[in-house]
Design a protein around this ligand. Sequence first.
Ligand code: SF4
Ligand code: SF4
Length: 177
Amino acid sequence: MSAELNTVNTQTRQCGSCTACCDGWLNAEIFGQKVTAGRPCRYSTSAGCSVYADRPQYPCRDFVCGWIRSDSTLPDWMRPSECGAIVFLWFDWQGQKVINAVPVGEKIPERTLDWLKAHAQEQGRPLIFTERIIEGDKFAGSSCLGFGPPGFRKQVEQLKLAHQQAELLQMFSSLKD
Ligand code: SF4
Ligand code: SF4
């Protein structure tokens, strides 16, 4: 998550002005405060984290988005603040890590989503992505969609139908890959 100097370990990429993972687009709880869509972390500033030295281990120190990883397969233009999505690998489905994409805002922009779908196909990985539900001018929830093999899409649908969306969202809020 965005650092004081926006530098992450020995990665070649830097967060720069991106604060996407601190701004509520991933669910988290920071020092007892729920961080969720529309409710950024209170310590997130345009200059980075105001409590950087004291930020919690989990999720702040543990989380590294897929764009900034040293082994990232995402292109430069997919910095989350620019492409409109935070992307990371998470749970296994039939032996493959699933690509997770969470919008920075309401929806993942079309260009980014198209790229992710093509990338998922190339890599033979399933993709799961989120769209947020807005009621009035407020975020009122999220919907998860699957892309990839029919069996995977069916499983995502079943989870939704079984009202286990919270479980899916929990996957997104679990920031480890
Ligand atoms: S989403 Fe990625 S690039 Fe943006 S602040 Fe978080 S770790 Fe850095
Ligand atoms: S405490 Fe700092 S690193 Fe953690 S979410 Fe808040 S702004 Fe980001």
